[in-house]
Design a protein. Structure first.
Length: 249
């Protein structure tokens, strides 16, 4: 009965059922072997090795060598408190994101965060499914950096977007690739203007009728998706101000 209570606590801390069983058994056995742990937990020996590796990574089990043999020892249960502190700290870091979503409830707003190039690509592909004919697709970006994240994806995406009957307008940071792309704007059903050379962009911004997407063009390549009418409207107005301020070359 006492063991059930301890196992339950270990699982609440974050251990799997097998990890909890192996740690608790090793704690009571002292310096022990895989065979003894397997007998105490009724878990196959072949499975025990993987569980031990996981517990070693968590700092809950260590290896002791005696001659040519390996034995296993549970670390002091105080390590469990360290685990709890780490989880608490990790949650504290992510809490503002939860809070941001909570604060926006009731105002028809959503903020989503994604990390990595693959996640970004999925989001960008979805934009082509969401946008409707004759709607605006607006971009402010460092095209060279965006393109070079994955040239194959970039070219495929641009070609797919060009097939849609939408109004694509883009503001590019000045670069050789941006200049080359501008020469092909008609081929890709786009209108492009080059920003002044003083601008330095490390973010790709895409504006759809009901969505704002921003992508960091440097690691960890975080993409933020905002669905809020006021924010989207503000960014559209800013886009138009910049667009009108740049003369056609």
């Amino acid at each position: 009965m006492q063991n059930d209570k301890l196992l339950s606590i270990l699982k609440e801390i974050g251990l799997s059922e097998d990890e909890a069983n192996v740690y608790l058994s090793t704690l009571s056995l002292g310096v022990t072997s895989v065979l003894k742990i397997a007998r105490a937990t009724n878990i196959k020996r072949t499975t025990i090795y993987g569980i031990i590796d996981s517990l070693k990574e968590k700092g809950l089990i260590r290896i002791e060598l005696k001659g040519l043999k390996q034995f296993y020892v549970a670390e002091n249960p105080e390590r469990l408190e360290i685990m709890l502190e780490r989880r608490k700290n990790a949650f504290s870091k992510i809490l503002p994101e939860f809070q941001a979503l909570y604060n926006l409830k009731g105002v028809e707003s959503v903020i989503k965060y994604y990390t990595g190039i693959s996640a970004m690509q999925d989001i960008y592909r979805d934009t082509l499914k969401e946008i409707r004919p004759h709607e605006d697709y607006l971009v402010i970006t460092n095209q060279e950096k965006w393109y070079n994240l994955d040239p194959n994806f970039a070219l495929s995406y641009i070609e797919d977007r060009a097939k849609l009957p939408i109004k694509t307008r883009m503001l590019f940071q000045d670069s050789p690739l941006a200049r080359e792309h501008k020469k092909l704007e008609r081929n890709f059903n786009e209108e492009i203007k080059i920003l002044p050379t003083t601008n330095a962009l490390n973010v790709d911004t895409v504006l759809l009728p009901e969505k704002l997407i921003t992508l960091e063009l440097t690691p960890p390549y975080m993409t933020v998706v905002i669905e809020n009418k006021s924010i989207v409207s503000l960014h559209k107005e800013m886009f138009e101000i910049i667009w009108k301020s740049i003369s056609v070359e």
